[in-house]
Structure formats: C-alpha cells, structure tokens
Design a protein around this ligand. Structure first.
Ligand code: FAD
Ligand code: 2HG
Ligand code: ZN
Length: 472
C-alpha cells in the first residue's frame, strides 16, 4: 500500500491504530462463519467522527477502497475485505460513547461502535426499552445493525432496525460529515436520508452515530416452548396467540427438530423441554408493562391450541432461569451449526400463508441434489422469515461445498417463484449481491445504481457489496 497514505493515516489516528502486520489484521480479515477470508491493505481504528472523516478523506484522495466494519458478526461477508490486498478496513469499534439520553423525548444518541447489548442496557438503566434483540447482541454494534437493517426476535412487535431510528450522523465517501442527528418524531422536510443509509451495508457512507427511539419497558414476561407436529400448525398457532394475546406477543420463533438436535448435542447442559420429540417447536414470548399478568393469556392460547390439535405439548417457563434455558435453545442454533462443520445459509422470507407448503415443496428438491443433506430450518416465523440453512451429510463437508451453487440456486429460485425475498434480514454483502441483481428488475437496479453513483461516484465505499462489481 502507498507509503504516503499510510503516513497520513498514522498522523491522523496514531501509529498504534493503523494496523498492517498479518497477525494484527487477521481478526478483521475473516467473517464470523470462517468461510470468507479476505486480505486487507491495512486496518484503521479511528476514535472520533473527525478521525473517521480524515481517514475516509485520505483514502478517497488516494483512490483506495474502504470497508466499514463493526462487530464483524455479519453473515454475508459485507464487513470483510476481498482478497485483492487493496482495501482498507475501517473499524468503528472505538466509537463507543453514549452521547445523550433524553427520557422525556424517548431518545438515545449513541456512537456507531456501541455494542447492541450496551445500547439495551443504557435504555434499561433509564427504565426504557430498546427492543432490537439478536443472538449476536453481545458483540454486534449498533452501527452494523443500522447498516444491515437487522431484524431479530422482536420484529413481530417492534419492527426492524429501520423502525427504531430517528436520525444519523454519517461520514460520506469523500470525507464530508452529514449531521442528521435529529430526534424529531415529525420532520417532513424532504427525502428521508437517514433511512436511505439504513440497510445500505456500508456502500453509501459510514454511520458514526445515531438517535434511537426508546419505548416503554416491558419487564413482565411469559414464555413457552411449544411442541407442534408440523410447520403448518406453527403458522396456525401464530393466529391463535395473536388473537388471545394481542399486542403482548413479541416473539414467535420456529425451530425444526434437526436444528434443536444440533443444539442439544453441542450446548452443554441443554435439554429438550418437550416430553416427546416432535418435528417442530415454537418459542413464544409475551411481554408487558410492570405488573401485567401475562400467564392467563398464554395459557388460554395454549389450551385452545391443544384442544384443536395444533399443539402436542408445551413447557411454560416458571422462573427467569427456565426462561433463559428456553432462549438458549433458540439462540444456540448458529453456534451449534458452525460447530457441526460446513454451512450453507439461506435467509429468506416467504409469504406467511405459503410458508409451510414451501417447506414441504423445497425439501425433496434439495435432498435430490445432495442426498443426506441436513435441513437446519428455523427462524422468525412471525415475520415469514426462515433460516433455511443446510449442513453437510455427517462427515462430508466436501459434498456440501461442491454442491453449494446448485443447492443455493434451487432454494433461491423457489423463494423467488413464491414471491418471497432472498435476503430477509442479513443483507446481501458479497455473498448475495450477484443473486439479488439477477432477481431484480432493470428499473429497480437502475434506481439502486443511480443512488450509489450519486453518493459514491468514485465507487470506493465497500465495492462489490450489495451491488455486484461493474461488469460482474
Ligand atoms: P459487521 O458484521 O461488522 O458489518 C455488517 C455490514 O455493515 C457490513 O457491510 C459493514 O460494511 C457494514 N457496517 C458495519 N458498521 C458500519 C457503520 N458504522 N457504517 C456503515 N456500514 C457499517 N442478524 C439479524 O438481522 N437478525 C438476527 O437474529 C441475527 N442473529 C445473529 C446471530 C448470530 C449468532 C450471528 C453471528 C449473527 C446474527 N445476525 C443476525 C447477523 C449480524 O449480527 C447482524 O447483521 C448485525 O447487524 C451485524 O452487526 P455488526 O456490528 O457485527 O456488523
Ligand atoms: C438467527 O435468527 C440469526 O439466529 C442467525 O439470524 C441465522 O446463523 C444464521 O443463519
Ligand atoms: Zn435471524
């Protein structure tokens, strides 16, 4: 990499925050799955918005591409560099200040590198709720959540990250700073620029701070692990719980037997809460204000569902420890699948009325391509979002890798044919950019390219992510 640029970065950030040695850059070069490994020209770790701006300006003037990185928990290789050795990774991990908390206005202003669990804790410390909730919340950053428009396990009630943000501060690809840190609920003064950056996966600019919406706290909880015979019963159960619990329903997660078995074999101390194994289970949680008695709503819903044959068995958490144990079964799936070997992830949305039939249709197609492949199906069924993940036949990672393209094409084609989305909540990154382009209309692609060209005419902000490389 150009010595003059390195010197300029060192002068702006301090020598110890410009990393070039192989051992130092290694953790920033590989994604969470371990399946995408890039080669950064350098890793820079600014501390303030002004330092981010200076680093981006320097790279822009030198014509060097920049890859923003938060907690590096992304699952589509959007925050790690390519293998060219020309890209600078800009880590937001040192922008960790909580700048403001306004309980009356219901807003929390945080810097991009604040870990999601710390955002939740800051809200809870003020008796409020920041409802975004993901299995990776102990290490992903709010900047990464915004950049990917993350979903998670409470979208059903509170929406995606986009629904939880009011204003942003962004360093643009040429190093200018846009101060859009406004906490107003009503502000119809032009294009919604903040939400344009949400979900842009670091391709339009670098989010350095955000004004987030806070909600009333919901410390009352009722949680159950519900055994169901098939995915159709899970979808029907959703209707029953929505009718009985109304706005209190905050989580409705589907887990297949294959996914649960992986957790039971990899998570120490894990136990199946159901008396008899069923092919599917649902984690249901209701949440309400202090003092709300949610148990009758949950029990009425479950009693109705048992009577109509939708539910075989249900374990209701009787203590915080039991609740945590049920959640661990759901949140442990990614880790258990990673421990099992090679993984092929498909994060898809189906129209919810077709979800169960789609699962029945696509299984045999996938099994025909690779007999013995394991269908590690689970997800946020209340949002129509399935993680239709595949694991290799036991001990045969090579077979999954050699059939990966064919398997993914079959799954994504059938999602598109059903009117679904090929990326529900993880984004496109490098992994899905080309596929998404092939399913979009020319008009939609033209609009996306026009936005990219207007904000990043030199094409230096996370190239190859979200939109495929030119000519690619
Ligand atoms: P990174 O992985 O560092 O980056 C992700 C993308 O955002 C990259 O394109 C990067 O360039 C860009 N980016 C990061 N920070 C900035 C910034 N400040 N400005 C501009 N661009 C930036 N995702 C869900 O949606 N729902 C889930 O339920 C969920 N559960 C998960 C569970 C596990 C165990 C794991 C490992 C991942 C899970 N994820 C989930 C995926 C991941 O955690 C989210 O996509 C998360 O939002 C990424 O945040 P991050 O800080 O790790 O971002
Ligand atoms: C989840 O819902 C996450 O647990 C991760 O979105 C999904 O690891 C995955 O494929
Ligand atoms: Zn998910």
């Amino acid at each position: 990499m150009d010595d003059a640029l390195l010197e300029r970065l060192r002068a702006a950030l301090g020598t110890e925050h410009v990393l070039t040695a192989d051992a130092d850059v290694a953790p920033y070069a590989v994604d969470w799955t371990g399946q995408h490994r890039g080669r950064p020209a350098a890793v820079v770790r600014p501390r303030t918005t002004a330092e981010v701006a200076e680093a981006v300006r320097a790279c822009h003037e030198a014509g060097v591409p920049v890859v923003p990185q938060g907690g590096n928990t992304g699952l589509v290789a959007g925050g790690v560099p390519d293998a060219s050795g020309t890209e600078v990774v800009l880590s937001l991990g040192r922008l960790r200040a909580v700048r403001d908390l306004d309980v009356v206005a219901g807003t929390l202003t945080v810097e991009a590198g604040v870990v999601l669990a710390d955002v939740q804790a800051a809200a809870a410390g003020a008796g409020r709720l920041f409802p975004l909730s993901l299995g990776s919340e102990g290490s992903c950053t709010i900047g990464g959540n915004l950049a990917t428009n993350a979903g998670g396990t409470a979208v059903l009630r509170y929406g995606m990250t986009r629904d939880l943000v009011l204003g942003l501060e962004v360093v643009l690809p040429d190093g200018r700073v846009w101060d859009g840190l406004r906490g107003l609920r009503k502000d119809n003064t032009g294009y919604d620029l903040a939400r344009l950056f949400v979900g842009s996966e670091g391709t339009l600019g670098i989010i350095t701070a955000a004004v987030l919406r806070l909600l009333p706290a919901t410390p009352a909880r009722a949680t159950a692990w519900v055994a169901v015979p098939d995915a159709g019963s899970a979808v029907a159960l959703l209707d029953v719980v929505q009718r009985r619990a109304g706005v209190h329903l905050s989580t409705f997660e589907l887990v297949s037997r294959t996914a649960l078995d992986l957790v039971l074999s990899h998570l120490p101390g894990a136990a199946d809460p159901s008396r008899e194994p069923t092919p599917w289970a649902v984690l249901v949680e209701l949440a309400g204000a202090e003092g709300t008695d949610l148990d009758p709503e949950l029990e009425d819903a479950l009693a109705e569902a048992v009577e109509t044959g939708l539910v075989r068995d249900a374990a209701v958490a009787g203590s915080p420890a039991q609740r945590a144990a049920l959640w661990a079964l759901r949140e442990g799936i990614s880790e258990a699948q990673r421990a099992e070997g090679a993984t092929l992830k498909h994060d898809v949305t189906l129209p919810i009325g077709d979800l169960a039939a789609w699962v029945e249709r696509v299984g045999p197609v996938v099994q025909e391509i690779l007999p013995g492949v394991r269908l590690v199906t689970y997800g946020h069924v209340g949002d129509g979002n399935l993680h239709y993940n595949l694991s290799a036949p036991p001990g045969d990672d090579g077979a999954l890798r050699s059939h990966a393209a064919e398997l993914t094409a079959a799954v994504l084609d059938s999602v598109a044919a059903a009117g679904g989305s090929i990326s529900a909540e993880h984004g496109l990154g490098r992994t899905r950019a080309a596929a998404a382009a092939s399913y979009k209309s020319d008009v939609e692609l033209d609009l996306m390219r026009a936005v990219k060209a207007a904000l990043d005419p030199a094409g230096l902000m996370n190239p190859g992510v979200l939109l495929p490389p030119a000519g690619g």
